[in-house]
Design a protein around this ligand. Structure first.
Ligand code: NAD
Ligand code: 6OD
Length: 488
């Protein structure tokens, strides 16, 4: 099978760049080579940022809001027309099942352009009438303008979805972008460059640079003084480093970072719903979802039944090739990430866990034996201060612990440095509201998980992030607010 050449996209052109360096893009299903990625050097990042800056003053900057909206609709439509190419590229980079990516990653990747175009088109401007001593008054009008060049740094777990989740609102607000996709998943971001070109997006508006973080494209981009703001999704530690880079020049940041999310299952839940939801929240995308559940707290009367039913369901997951319709779980993103997840599987046993199911590497047939496969895993019996209960693992695993009272479980759920999401399972709506109000997170689901209305705020509390994006909340980050005061 021939491998691809994955290029940077700078100022409307695909380019190998000037660094002379390349790296491999490998498929985690069987560790086969997908393509060769051309790494951007410091000079290429500089060219991309300057092109993005110039584009603010070019045809893009002169477009009316309606023209911008029409352009973003065109981009979304073109992604959908090229759906199969995006699907194939995303699944080759991540190993995720086609059934998952065709329902979530690709359609949401396209929808992010239309949703934010609609938000920006429909948001009202604020106006305040001020009384003045002369009785004639003054009118205050709030006006939003683009912030400028936005650096978008994205992760590998939902590559197209999480990149367009930032590029969509950035462009809808009239900014230009330089995107650095994860080194693990460069393909769909590069493909979007081609879509932009086909749609007639003015050059320099959307740029893609490939590479790593430290001493590479990521660090060059975040340190570049021409970047006006940085939006990032990834690990909290990386978010801290990028925030330090952004402090030079007082550039704004939006941080969507890690989580160690708790699910809370009350005895009055609908057990079928709670099992189905927890299966998704713990094992979807091989557990590599920032919103995923790694801590499950179950009220004692239903603890045994819940553990045994969740374990049965986990054993029923079908690990297999992305194209296979029966596949319900793919591999982890890479062999390197599997080492990290396996180190937690080992640590769980050292910390005294009972392994209810999983805990190792599955036997996979043929070439798949070379891939980054791992067993879905459930533990019980760990202490509340065990590292496996405290630290984000980002794999298909969860620890289940019994609880006795509402107050106790609220304290347990909140006893973590992260505060991204929670899922509460109960048929008592008063309790659902009471508990969700007390959990220290940015996102609380009741009797559901990952149910997304894109008009709502999205982001994490505590070390899970800084700021909110989504709906009108995205405008806070992607625009500069100006008050115009007119004396009448
Ligand atoms: P990561 O932090 O390793 O990498 C994310 C991106 O940052 C990559 O593009 C990487 O190349 C880049 N990067 C790394 N170091 C950098 C540096 N010094 N300067 C500039 N860029 C740098 O994260 P990951 O492993 O790709 O993704 C998994 C993590 O992302 C998990 O912690 C997960 O919880 C988190 N995540 C959070 C959300 C959210 O919305 N809160 C969503 C998805 C993933
Ligand atoms: O649905 C979204 O908009 C979103 N940002 C999801 C994040 C998932 C994290 O892995």
């Amino acid at each position: 099978m021939s491998t691809k050449k994955i290029l940077n996209f700078i100022n409307g052109e695909f380019t190998e760049g000037t660094s002379g360096k390349t790296f491999e893009d490998r498929n985690p299903v069987d560790n086969s080579l997908v393509g060769t990625v051309y790494e951007a050097g410091e000079a290429d990042v500089d060219t991309a940022v300057k092109a993005a800056k110039a584009a603010l003053k070019g045809p893009w900057g002169k477009m009316t809001l309606q023209q911008r909206v029409d352009m973003l609709y065109k981009v979304a439509d073109r992604i959908n027309e090229r759906f199969d190419e995006f699907l194939e590229a995303e699944c080759a980079d991540t190993g995720k099942p086609y059934s998952l990516a065709s329902h979530i990653d690709i359609p949401r990747g396209a929808a992010n352009f239309k949703v934010f175009a609609d938000v920006v088109k429909n948001v009202p401007e604020e106006a305040f009438r001020l009384d003045t001593p002369d009785g004639k008054g003054a009118l205050n009008v709030g006006q939003r303008s683009p912030k400028g060049v936005i650096a978008v740094i994205s992760p590998w777990n939902l590559p197209l979805l999480l990149m367009t989740w930032k590029v969509g609102p950035a462009l809808a607000c009239g900014n230009t972008v330089v995107v650095k996709p994860s080194e693990e998943t460069p393909q769909t971001t590069a493909l979007l460059g081609d879509v932009m070109r086909e749609c007639g997006m003015p050059e320099g508006v959307f740029n893609v640079i490939h590479g790593f973080g430290p001493n590479s494209a990521g660090a060059f981009l975040t340190a570049h003084p021409g970047v006006d703001a940085i939006t990032f999704t990834g690990e909290t530690r990386t978010g801290e480093i990028i925030t330090q880079a952004a402090a030079i020049g007082l550039r704004d940041v939006s941080m969507e970072c890690g989580g160690k999310n708790a699910a809370i299952v009350f005895a009055d839940c609908d057990m079928d719903k709670a099992i189905e939801g927890t299966m998704r929240s713990a094992f979807a995308n091989c557990g590599q979802v920032c919103l995923g559940t790694e801590r499950v707290y179950v009220e004692r009367p239903i603890f045994d039944e819940f553990v045994s039913r969740l374990a049965e369901a986990a054993k029923g997951l079908k690990l297999g090739a992305p194209q296979d319709k029966a596949t319900s779980m793919g591999p982890l993103i890479s062999l390197e990430h599997r080492e990290k997840v396996l180190s937690y599987y080992k640590l769980a046993v050292e910390e005294g866990a009972t392994v209810v199911t999983g805990g190792g590497i599955p036997d996979m047939p043929g070439d798949m034996a070379e891939g980054a496969w791992i067993e879905p895993t459930i533990w019980t019996g760990l202490a509340d201060d065990a590292r496996v209960v405290k630290e984000e693992i980002f794999g298909p695993c969860c620890h289940i612990r019994p609880f006795d009272t509402e107050d106790e479980v609220i304290e347990l759920a909140n006893d973590n440095v992260y505060g991204l999401a929670t899922a509460i399972w109960t048929e008592n709506s008063s309790r659902a509201i009471r508990v969700s109000e007390q959990i220290e997170v940015g996102l609380a689901w009741v009797n559901s998980w990952f149910l997304r209305d894109l008009r709502t705020s999205f982001g994490g509390a505590k070390q899970s992030g800084m700021g909110r994006e989504g709906g009108v909340h995205s405008l806070e980050f992607y625009t500069e607010m100006k008050n115009i005061c007119i004396k009448l």
